[in-house]
Design a protein around this ligand. Structure first.
Ligand SMILES: Cc1ncc(COP(=O)(O)O)c(C=O)c1O
Length: 483
């Protein structure tokens, strides 16, 4: 079934398309086509959705139908739209592009691209020896069928030990191994959320979590993070008032802002969630990556007495995303229910990959210590380059994780991302991290690439930023007065 985007929805996503910086003197239809291409390129408008009829979009945008007709024609010519008379127009991938690992579109030939769209490190040196050792271990498993819906016991033990060492006593029966944290989230949502169920998320938040929630048809409300992170009264107040079925939060070095939730709010959060009948899904993807010796507060689940907290985490950030190993920590009965749900999805995770994970976790202190040092150095290089080349951007230096959230000197994030692509820098603009096309003043910058590449990327961004200005300051239209 094709999904359709309605005229008002597309108009909302397009926002101030007619006044985007960098527009120069292009006619309205070209600016509109460019803005639609931008939405496609940064993933806010998916592939294969039916666009509104020309008349409907013209009405929603309050422009002439001829302009929409010309914009759709241009999109067809550039390969972004397929139309059939009487049936409508669908978004599509131009032949010159492919879908990148981020889920974003990218030109086929992008070898010189500095990719700041992905916030993940390359593999550590210990990975190949761990894979060799795992292959040696494999014969121990070959006598069985190899299906372990909750994961192999060695890995569940290792993960459970990690929680216990963090002050949260955990048994292997409380762990289910998944194929990455994203898979863990998807499985938890299948179990805990019926279509139309209410979910509270932070704004900004991790875009692929929003995608998982959209797939479950969640009704999403947001808690806006400030410069200091969570506002305790607002967060607890919205849980009490809206009583969502579920809240998805990233309390450890939040993606994208890098914030760390304080211990007392963790405790109050669990109390408020229990009183409101809300389950908390706590994404601990970055818990291994405090920088500068920042002490970690207790895990949120420490305060849980009623099986309200489901923790999810994985190997992708401290170790390697290509491993595809994640997990859920919940009560033993919840884990059994998740395993039953999983049988209808992917049965179990690969045994060999789980053995690789066991060998990596056995070397956790050495690997993680090196990762933290590497990330701190790369973060400092990025912050220094931004201070030198883009001093008007406001940056809070994160005390952990892999990203920083820069406040730009104007609502230019999408325009900057489009222009940056031309000079070989891929960005994930601010609106990707929200629901409604806002966050144009913000940009997520990961510090997972080597320092020299980060510095080069900032240099290119500074040049592009200057060009946006030369193309003319954005002329924001006055909102029309309704009397
Ligand atoms: C907050 C958060 N959750 C989940 C994921 C996905 O992790 P995985 O690769 O383990 O599926 C990411 C990856 O960027 C993330 O930042």
């Amino acid at each position: 079934m094709t999904t359709q985007v309605r005229g008002v929805q597309l108009a909302r996503l397009l926002g101030q398309w007619h006044a985007l910086p960098g527009r120069r003197r292009s006619p309205d239809y070209a600016a509109l086509a460019g803005a639609v291409r931008g939405l496609l390129a940064d993933g806010r408008l998916p592939l294969g959705v039916r666009l509104p009829a020309e008349r409907e979009l013209a009405e929603a945008l309050r422009i002439s139908r001829t302009t929409v007709t010309a914009a759709y024609r241009e999109l067809r010519e550039t390969g972004h739209l397929a139309s059939r008379r009487g049936a409508g127009s669908w978004t599509m991938l131009p032949g010159t592009h492919r879908v990148a690992s981020t889920g974003l579109w990218t030109p086929l030939d992008d070898r010189d691209m500095i990719d700041l769209g992905v916030a993940a490190l390359s593999a550590p040196a210990q990975l190949v020896p761990a894979a060799r050792a795992a292959a040696e271990d494999l014969p121990r498993y070959l006598g069985g069928a190899g299906y372990h819906p909750t994961g192999i016991i060695e890995l569940r033990e290792a993960v459970a030990r990690g929680y216990t060492e963090r002050g949260l006593p955990t048994s292997p029966e409380q762990i289910m191994v998944t194929s990455g944290t994203q898979h863990a989230l998807d499985l938890v949502l299948r179990l805990a959320l019926s279509p139309g169920g209410g979910v509270l998320v932070e704004s900004p938040t991790y875009p692929n979590a929003l995608a998982a929630l959209a797939a479950r048809r969640a009704r999403i409300t947001t808690h806006g993070l400030s410069d200091d992170g969570w506002d305790a009264d607002l967060l607890l107040g919205s849980i009490r008032q809206t009583r969502p079925k579920l809240a998805y939060l990233i309390p450890e070095f939040h993606n994208p802002t890098g914030h760390l939730m304080a211990a007392d709010l963790r405790e109050r959060l669990v109390g408020a969630a229990h009183a409101a009948g809300t389950d908390l899904v706590v994404d601990e993807s970055f818990v291994d990556l405090p920088l500068d010796g920042t002490p970690l507060p207790p895990p949120v689940a420490v305060f849980d007495r009623h099986s309200r907290v489901i923790s999810i985490g994985g190997m992708s950030k401290p170790y390697w995303g290509g491993l595809r190993i994640g997990w859920v920590r919940a009560s033993a009965p919840q884990v059994q229910r998740l395993a039953a749900a999983r049988v209808g999805v992917d049965m179990a995770s690969p045994v060999l990959d789980q053995l690789v994970a066991v060998h990596l976790l056995a070397q956790a202190p050495a690997i993680v210590t090196a990762r933290r040092a590497q990330l701190a150095a790369q973060r400092d290089a990025l912050v220094a380059a931004l201070a030198e080349r883009l001093p008007d951007w406001r940056v809070t230096v994160p005390r952990g994780g892999v990203t920083l959230w820069a406040e730009l000197d104007g609502p230019i994030s999408s325009a900057l991302a489009r222009a940056a692509e031309e000079v070989g820098v891929r960005l994930a603009p601010g609106p990707r991290f929200g629901l409604d096309g806002t966050l144009e003043r913000f940009l997520r910058l990961p510090f997972t690439l080597p320092a020299a590449e980060l510095v080069e990327a900032v240099g290119r961004l500074a040049a592009v930023r200057y060009d946006l200005d030369r193309a003319g300051r954005p002329q924001w239209r006055e909102p029309s007065v309704i009397a």
